[in-house]
Design a protein. Structure first.
Length: 290
């Protein structure tokens, strides 16, 4: 048996998101409080666990691995429950390294959705904020962290050097496979992302769960919110079609709500509950299949 740190190096899933903030700091927070240098202070112990996390992610997320996980999880035959039970379930993912300062998963979801609501966006967009990280329940089904969170990327074609820690892809078997290691790999130029398989994680899983219930721009936000190599770095333009480019405007609109809405004050769930109960009832069935 491998020691836990070799399977799940992060003390909690939020360490990945904290690291995203170092890579893509909030322009407003920089103006108001800290210098970019302070945000980009890579010299800390958490950075090492994040690095190890990406080493595992880049080594093991192969085309075959993704196909196998799709087959396994997209049958949705594990559990059926109302969304409210799913939030309770998700909240079992607590951070034991620093219970005082970190908010639970539902609070991150509510801070995201409330920030979207405050800006007057359509209600389905608010719902996207509420559910966007529900796929993290994969951890509770026994998946390692590197198969749940982290930046996502296409499999079946060359890994872009714009993906964080690109050097770790040299250990990925697909990297040496001539079928998969050319610019387009198994795909045709500009074939559209609907024809492209992404590394496996909470984005694809929640997209597949929600695909019959939420308008398409919201589905793009769910499916590609961790695809930083495209929505921030534009490294996969050669796989996108015109429709993707249109829809990625929405992905870009969503990203700051996810990254920059975190704050230490927990939202007042009691007060918010009636609004969200109505919202969920408007779009989603009484129970969801996991
Ligand atoms: Fe996420
Ligand atoms: Fe998130």
């Amino acid at each position: 048996m491998k020691p836990q740190a070799e399977i799940n190096p992060l003390a909690n899933l939020d360490e990945w998101e904290d690291d995203l903030l170092r890579r893509y700091p909030d322009p407003e927070a920089i103006a108001n409080e800290k210098s970019v240098e302070e945000y980009r202070n890579y010299d800390n112990p958490q950075r090492d666990t994040v690095k190890e996390f990406y080493r595992l992610n880049h080594t093991y997320q192969t085309y075959d691995f993704v196909k196998q996980k799709q087959k396994d999880y997209l049958a949705f035959n594990r559990k059926e429950m109302p969304i409210w039970d799913a939030f309770t379930f998700l909240n079992q993912l607590v951070d034991d390294s620093d219970p005082d300062t970190d908010l639970d998963q539902l609070q991150h979801l509510l801070q995201t959705s409330e920030a979207i609501r405050r800006d007057g966006h359509p209600d389905w967009f608010v719902l996207v904020g509420l559910v966007h990280d529900m796929g993290k329940v994969l951890c509770l089904f026994g998946e390692p962290q590197w198969a749940v969170v982290g930046d996502t990327f296409p499999v079946g074609c060359a890994h872009s050097d714009k993906i964080v820690f690109p050097e770790f892809f040299s250990a990925n078997p697909d990297h040496a496979n001539p079928q998969y290691n050319t610019k387009h790999g198994i795909y045709k130029p500009n074939c559209g992302l609907r024809n492209v398989d992404m590394s496996w994680g909470h984005d694809e899983y929640v997209y597949q769960m929600m695909k019959d219930y939420i308008p398409e721009p919201g589905l793009y936000m769910l499916r590609y919110h961790s695809f930083y190599a495209q929505h921030r770095e534009h490294a996969y333009e050669h796989l996108l079609d015109d429709h993707d480019r249109e829809m990625f405007k929405w992905v870009n609109l969503f990203n700051p709500y996810d990254l920059y809405s975190k704050n230490p004050n927990p939202p007042d769930w009691k007060e918010l509950k009636p609004y969200y109960e109505d919202l969920v009832a408007k779009y989603l069935p009484a129970t969801l299949k996991f």
